[in-house]
Write a protein that binds this ligand. Structure first.
Ligand code: GLY
Length: 531
């Protein structure tokens, strides 16, 4: 079973499974294919996280291929003369990109846990780039929305707007010849092509010409890392997710631990009491995020304390049932006392019982908008996920602290939350989502909908969502939830705002040994398909 936000990529994964490949083979082929067919988030010039469960050993592991700050990056590189964060520089410039990790991460996954060659995994992406594919209405719309950022890049304009500044029409064929050449280089020479060979040279030359920071040394020294996932237990289910440098797994488990103290099913899905408790829980978790999370290779992250049941109980005791606690009265907790929006997710489960839950990103749709000349490779703008000025919110309104300040070679904090849930060591659920700061809360609600509210995966996916991230002190609600609830929640003191769709989860569950998949209609174009 394969679920992704883009149909052609789902079919690529499915065809690998049908030919006997495993979930890792299918995922790597999809990761490369999405760079062609879903360029707003699929990428070679970005980074991400892959959670893998191996049927043979029962092991679950996390591949961290997050981007890194270039070695010449400095703490205050985005602070202007007035002492403020220069958003344009952080989000839309040659300085916005971290050293990409995707090619290293996908190659490492395949080499360690796959069964097919890199050449074979890259073949569908090369074909799609060379021969082209039909442009969807969604792709055209997303290109129009990102045009302003791409206008600064001749390469981006030549690829996506070559028809007198117009993106291809729906149904037109989009060919990406330079990207095909880059993919072929990787197919022929391995990931070294990207990190030390022809592509590395092109990136370094472009950076030098434009005054950017990424050098060949940054690329040759980049390594994807295999980490131990963060794990917890929620009402008897084992939950695995991404450890730091993502905040996703830590805060997902922290929120589940807090919520385990309440009879959520009894409250009823999206009842006033349920949404109130959910929102108060989210605030507590995001307040902790602002202080305690960062790259674990650079500072100590108190992961075990943050995900302890005891700490969750203490936090639950701070929740007032009757009234919301304004965010200004909630600071980051002290767990030690007891001891990014555009991203995409896909989920694959194969016939052997291997599971992959992968989220990767360029950060904004089409990243910084800049493509490396001659490569067709769009660059991320992930440097904005650092706290450019601790205490000042980033593009997602997220507050960050010292632990997420910029430093050479450091990975910026993420919210990406690929998840695998097991029950009695058997596969139960895998999910993940795009959505910047809203990723963690989207994934949380899918898990609650399935485990507490006993929904099937389609309903669990489509049910209205809410989101609170501590600051701004706003309870965001999708229109459907807001319609019935906002008045009652306002009475409890919540500042409710009806918002655009929250997340786009791509999930698979297993019920009675059968797999069920659900893509999220919040973003059209996805596909769940079994074989
Ligand atoms: N760029 C969004 C995130 O990593 O959270």
């Amino acid at each position: 079973m394969v679920v992704s936000e883009e149909q052609v990529a789902t079919l690529v994964g499915l065809s690998v499974l049908r030919q006997g490949g495993n979930a890792i083979d299918a995922s790597v082929a999809m990761g490369f294919a999405l760079a062609v067919t879903y360029p707003r988030a699929g990428n070679l010039g970005g980074g991400g996280f892959m959670l893998v469960h191996l049927a043979k050993t029962g092991e679950t592991l996390a591949i961290d291929y997050r981007e890194k700050a270039p070695l010449r990056a400095t703490r205050d590189m985005f602070i202007n003369q007035a002492g403020e964060v220069d958003m344009e520089k952080a989000q839309k410039s040659i300085y916005s990109s971290g050293v990409p990790g995707t090619v290293a991460g996908l190659s490492l996954a395949l080499q360690k846990y796959g069964t097919i060659s890199l050449e074979k995994a890259l073949a569908p992406a090369i074909r799609l780039a060379e021969e082209g594919f039909e442009v969807s209405a969604e792709l055209r719309k997303s290109l129009l929305n990102a045009k302003e950022r791409m206008e600064k890049s001749t390469e981006s304009m030549e690829v996506f707007f070559k028809n007198k500044g117009e993106p291809p029409k729906e149904g037109e064929i989009l060919r990406q010849r330079n990207l095909a050449r880059s993919l072929k280089e990787i197919s022929k020479n391995g990931p070294e092509a990207f990190y030390g060979g022809a592509i590395a040279k092109k990136i370094a030359v472009y950076m030098k010409k434009e005054g950017g920071l990424i050098t060949e040394r940054d690329l040759t020294s980049y390594k994807a890392v295999i980490r131990k996932p963060v794990s917890g237990n929620y009402r008897g289910y084992e939950v695995y997710s991404m450890p730091p440098p993502s905040s996703g797994g830590v805060h997902l488990i922290q929120m589940l631990n807090i919520l385990e103290n309440y009879p959520l099913r009894q409250y009823g899905h999206n009842s006033t009491r349920y949404v109130h408790i959910l929102s108060e829980t989210m605030k507590l978790a995001y307040a902790d995020r602002s202080k305690h999370l960062g790259d674990p290779d650079f500072s100590t992250v108190p992961t075990q304390q943050l995900i302890s049941k005891r700490y969750a109980k203490r936090l639950a005791n701070r929740i007032n049932f009757e009234k919301t606690t304004p965010s200004k009265y909630i600071g980051p907790g002290d767990p030690l006392a007891e001891s990014g929006t555009d991203t995409t997710h896909f989920t694959v489960v194969d016939r052997y019982g291997n599971i992959v839950s992968n989220t990767y990103t360029l950060n904004f749709p089409y990243g910084s908008g800049l493509s490396v000349p001659g490569t067709g490779i769009l660059l991320n703008n992930e440097m904005d996920d650092f706290s450019a000025k601790p205490g000042t919110p980033n593009a997602y309104g997220l507050m960050g602290g010292e632990k997420n300040s910029i430093a050479p070679g450091k990975r910026m904090l993420s919210s990406m939350t690929p998840v695998i849930v097991l029950k009695d060591k058997q596969f139960f659920l895998a999910t993940g989502s795009p959505g910047g700061s809203r990723i963690i809360t989207s994934v949380l609600q899918v898990i609650l909908n399935v485990i507490d509210h006993k929904m099937n995966i389609r309903d669990a996916t489509s049910a209205s969502r809410i989101h609170h991230q501590w600051f701004p002190d706003i309870l965001y609600m999708e229109k459907e939830a807001g319609k019935n609830l906002s008045g009652q929640l306002r009475k409890k003191g919540h500042k409710v705002k009806i918002t655009t769709p929250i997340g786009s989860t791509q999930s698979i569950v297993m019920i009675n040994k059968l797999l069920y998949g659900a893509t999220d209609s919040r973003r059209p174009g996805g596909m769940a398909q079994g074989h």
